[in-house]
Design a binder for this molecule. Sequence first.
Ligand code: ATP
Length: 156
Amino acid sequence: MREAEVDFSKLLMDTWRETERVFTSHRFVLEEVQKVHLFGDADRLKQVMLILLENALKYTPKGGEVRLSLQHQGTHALLKIADTGMGISEEDLPRVFERFYRADKSRHRSPDPGGTGLGLPIARWIVEAHEGHIWIESQVDQGTEVHVQLPIRTEE
Ligand code: ATP
């Protein structure tokens, strides 16, 4: 990883706006985005954002909602991406960070939205390489909320 100081709020907002322009099928709701600068690999962090946004859109029917928020919480930043989609069952939830794992419901959806089951493991690898945590809360047919907590390191 190539680490440098990253304007994390700007990186998220730019990615959000680029995606919003392409996916007119969904409602994009921007919640509070606080200012956060951190030390990390901007390309990798953008990749995390893209994986999570893509999932939120892929597993939420057209007309559904995707939400973004970013909070500066002392020594950490907390990013949340939430959707109003199909959700993940209690049985699948502990396994979605495994490589190639795809929840039953998404594999059997017609048409299959596609996917290799690598997005979340890659996102977790990147977050953990930044000494952060990623976790998911979800309810079937209600939606999914992905949380990413990253330490705010400046110089090392
Ligand atoms: P890709 O590698 O293209 O991202 P994928 O979406 O199948 O493919 P992951 O991103 O690793 O792979 O996600 C694993 C599984 O977790 C998905 O197959 C899906 O079942 C479930 N999942 C992930 N995000 C969501 C979400 N926002 N809503 C509902 N299910 C989700």
